[in-house]
Design a protein around this ligand. Sequence first.
Ligand code: PMP
Length: 362
Amino acid sequence: MKKREEQIVDKKFSWEENIRKVVPYVPGEQPKCQNMIKLNTNECPYPPSPLVEKALREFDHRDLRLYPDPNASILTEELAKYYGVEAEQVFVGVGSDDVLAMAFMTFFNSGSPILFPDITYSFYDVWAELYRIPYKMIPLKEDFTIDPKDYQVENGGIVLPNPNAPTGILESLAFIEEILTANRDVVVIVDEAYIDFGGESALPLLKKYDNLLIVQTFSKSRAMAGMRIGYAIGNEKLISYLHHVKFSFNSYTMDSITLSLGTASVKDEAYFRETLAKVIKTREWSKEKLKELGFIFEDSKSNFIFASHPEKKAEEIYAYLRSKNIFVRYFKKPRIDNYLRISIGTDEEMEILVKELTEFLM
Ligand code: PMP
């Protein structure tokens, strides 16, 4: 006789045949332990702007009885002002994951495969599977850069992160423009989750390319991953299609606290720049130290370093660091299973990381 739990697992129900079955995306671990050094999900090691704290303290809880503004106007308008675009060119959502998922559903319906790199943000293929969008993963070159020529084939749309994740490699605006020029009749999404850490945004290309959608997030450079704010900027018509899909789904994706705190963050440019400068400085220091320890990596313009060591297996380094309560990201996947993605923490955190790595490697 099988145990009851085994019987439950084995049993196939007649209704299962018509279920939408998906293999879900696995987000980075959020460990609960105390005193850990968390370098595994590219969060910002510093708090959000003091203006965000002020907005949180001043938020009147009695306002929670009302539905939030379905148009998320205060945040949309603040972002439009910040980027020098029209409010109609901005779309906001619950993290850029929400914005990207909505964009996949809205823009990728041609029947031709959409294109993205084989080594990239591992949510893209999950959305493609979820919405049954055909897709083709284009192998990155040996050095993990993208060959724009690979994107000059028949396709139903393109999605590229710049800088790419998890490699951290930044491509130039000329590169993005080459892809856009060759693909005028499909939507090209440039996922700029990490652009603030030293890249040049594709925003200036919006004037020339009505098929360009730029997606950014508050989760990394604005230190607000817990708040869940992402946004897209593009041609007014493109954005209006996104709104139609959003309003066919859930009118109130952005809650009123989020709208207020997100708007406060955009208003504090000085703090934003100061935080970015600190992360970039620590990143450059960390690159030097990792190089001294023998790590190999392509140059990163993001808030993480994607590195491998010629003498020690990444999985072993990962396990050792974990035993010391230092969490980095390890992907057991073809081509990258000997790499670690190390998010940039505070100076103190990175010093401890380097000290532990030195002990393990020497
Ligand atoms: N794009 C890329 C390339 C990412 O690495 C992430 C972070 N997991 C996201 C989008 C989504 O970030 P969020 O939903 O927090 O805005």
